[in-house]
Ligand binder design. Structure first.
Ligand code: GMT
Length: 384
């Protein structure tokens, strides 16, 4: 193909929405015939077993003793970007999560001069709402965002938060390209058998709640436990917890203290969990902050209604009273009430389930999102 592009993508390789979105964009671009280079500290979690035109460049840092107390990752990353851009003649460098990736991209561009690729920065969440606006990072992050050739966010909420948080004039364009989901992989299938190994005593009328996250404080894991406990008090229920992070241990301890450990399964990090998601009844996301909420979108795609906090970008994907219910952060009684309202009426549950899938098919499919990114890349490289 003559008009294929040479694209590099930088992301965190860890379990987390930003890395997953970045990886899916890269793989989809490769499927469309572009050459795609991932530049990261480690192999991104979903980048395995590919035979497509995808290349991985590992960022390596020196272990020289004098550097022991300094973080050299941004410099090592910028150096790798320079190397890849020079040898591979990159057209586009697309970085996910501004801190420190947008800054590394800016440094690389300064060095490369005329030969520099176009830089796209996709902001994901705490790089704007927390870390990026921390005074320790704000000036350089703001500058690096402003120096990007294009900036995107997954929600209108995050676009506004970026303008406001960094004091960037609203005349500076930020494209909202909503996160997306593979609707074939995350599809409705009510096969409860996959829950039996987790809960051998599961009886059909028992509702199964599910939560997926990195178990950081911002996810309010204590609230997940609180909502479940209240639901279970009124109607015996089960809870599936997928992911790992700092809040997991106390949540497990808490549930053991309540004598509920047999009703809850902590599975830790899982690469594939779509079967469990599709078999559950309600997805819980009571976060303190969420620029988007990718895991909630995956649940909706499986036809699973979501009960979540009414914050950030969540209302852009979950419609209160249609595909789930929203409540103020920390209002456990309201959230537990919403869960019960959903699971106590089968016809209502199915109505929400069908609408959830419908909305995802209408607005959050992978293809149209990739069209937008590809059009953006082409716009930036036109005439370059
Ligand atoms: O920003 C973070 O703390 C991490 C980041 C991630 O890598 O998963 O999460 C953000 O990006 C996701 C993908 O765009 C969004 O689905 C999450 O809502 C967002 N997290 C927050 O805003 C807290």
């Amino acid at each position: 193909m003559t008009d294929s592009l040479n694209v590099a993508i930088t992301c965190f390789p860890t379990f987390g929405g930003s890395g997953m979105v970045a990886t899916e964009i890269g793989l989809a671009m490769a499927d469309r015939g572009h050459r795609v280079h991932f530049i990261a500290k480690d192999l991104p979690v979903r980048l395995h077993g590919t035979s497509r035109k995808v290349f991985f460049h590992e960022v390596t840092e020196s272990d020289y003793p004098a550097l022991q107390h300094s973080s050299t990752y941004p410099i090592a990353l910028a150096s790798k970007m320079i190397e890849v851009a020079s040898y591979e003649r990159l057209d586009v460098l697309h970085v996910h999560y501004a801190v420190p990736h947008a800054t590394a991209a800016w440094m690389a561009r300064e060095v490369l001069g005329d030969k520099a690729p176009r830089v796209v920065t996709t902001l994901h969440g705490t790089d704007t709402t927390l870390v990026g606006i921390d005074p320790s990072y704000l000036p350089i992050t703001r500058f690096s965002i402003m120096r990007s050739d294009a900036v995107t966010t997954p929600s209108d909420f995050l676009r506004r938060a970026t303008w406001k948080g960094f004091g960037i004039p609203e005349s500076v364009p930020i494209d909202v390209i909503a996160n997306f989901v593979d609707t074939q992989r995350y599809a409705p299938r009510r096969e409860r058998a996959c829950l039996l190994p987790l809960f051998p005593g599961l009886r059909e009328p028992e509702p199964v709640l599910i939560h997926v996250s990195n178990f950081r404080a911002v996810k309010r894991i204590t609230d997940v436990v609180g909502i479940f406990t209240e639901v279970n008090r009124q109607r015996p229920a089960r809870l599936v917890m997928i992911g790992d992070g700092p809040e997991r241990t106390s949540a497990e301890r808490n549930l053991r203290g309540l004598g509920l450990e047999d009703r809850v399964a902590f599975l830790g990090k899982q690469d594939r969990f779509e079967e469990l998601l599709a078999a559950a009844d309600v997805f819980l996301l009571p976060s303190e902050q969420e620029s988007f909420g990718l895991a909630a979108l995956e649940a909706l795609s499986c036809g699973i209604p979501v009960v979540a906090s009414d914050i950030g970008g969540i209302p852009e994907l979950v419609t209160h009273g249609e595909t789930g219910f929203l409540a103020p952060v920390g209002d456990l009684q309201a959230m537990a009430g919403h869960v019960l309202h959903l699971v106590q009426d089968e016809a209502r549950w199915w109505k929400f389930s069908h609408r959830a899938r419908e909305v995802v098919l209408e607005r959050f499919q992978l293809g149209p999102a990739i069209d937008r990114y590809e059009a953006l890349y082409r716009r930036l490289t036109k005439g370059a």
